[in-house]
Design a protein around this ligand. Structure first.
Ligand SMILES: [Fe+2]
Ligand SMILES: [Fe+2]
Length: 199
């Protein structure tokens, strides 16, 4: 299922820096996403985005939250309005006059689906983390100790098995990592080290 957005600009530059409060974002998440698995996925991606912004980009707390917010809300409309994914959340954030960079990152999290190419670092990292985070979580669920003791090799083995988490498109992950300038090993290591603590 995919919906081409058929536009390449999002939000209003006058809204640069406008964000939802953590409380507002959480309320939106809880109202729109009823599926706990999807909610966890969004929290996991949010955590990865915030960690990357802090550790690798050395951004300040306000900017870290912008990255986190993009991760937290990127699939907000998927649960109840899958045929409007991700048009609905984008329009909601535009109506709430949110920072265009956050909206753009959400709009470009699946270039093959939405027709929007990732451009900024925020765009690229959201695209890079999204599917790989899901594959690694699926792997954790079939391991007796979850994330404990998980290594890069084990993840790569599952990555190569087409039947495992078959809905996760490996070509998209490779494409995303190429765009982000990140190796598969480094991306896996980054996720393994941080994702297990998200609940
Ligand atoms: Fe999505
Ligand atoms: Fe996602």
């Amino acid at each position: 299922m995919s919906l081409q957005l058929q536009r390449t600009t999002f939000g209003n530059p006058a809204n640069n820096g406008n964000v939802l409060s953590k409380q507002e974002a959480e309320t939106l998440l809880n109202e729109w996403v009823l599926n706990d698995r999807l909610k966890l996925h969004m929290k996991q991606v949010a955590n990865l985005m915030q960690s990357w912004a802090r550790e690798k980009e050395q951004l300040n707390e306000a900017d870290q939250w912008r990255w986190e917010m993009a991760g937290l809300l990127h699939d907000a409309d998927w649960d109840q309005w899958p045929d409007q994914h991700c048009k609905k959340i984008i329009e909601e954030l535009e109506a709430r006059q949110i920072d265009p960079e956050i909206i753009r990152a959400i709009a470009s999290h699946g270039p093959n689906h939405f027709g929007v190419e990732p451009e900024t670092k925020m765009d690229k990292m959201l695209y890079a983390f999204d599917e790989l985070s899901g594959l690694i979580h699926a792997y954790s669920l079939m391991r007796p100790n979850g994330y404990e003791g998980m290594d890069i090799k084990g993840v790569k083995k599952r990555f190569k098995e087409k039947a495992f988490a078959a809905s996760v498109n490996r070509n998209e992950i490779n494409d995303a990592l190429l765009k982000a300038g990140l190796s598969l090993d480094d991306a896996i290591a980054f996720i393994i080290a941080r994702q297990g603590s998200v609940a």
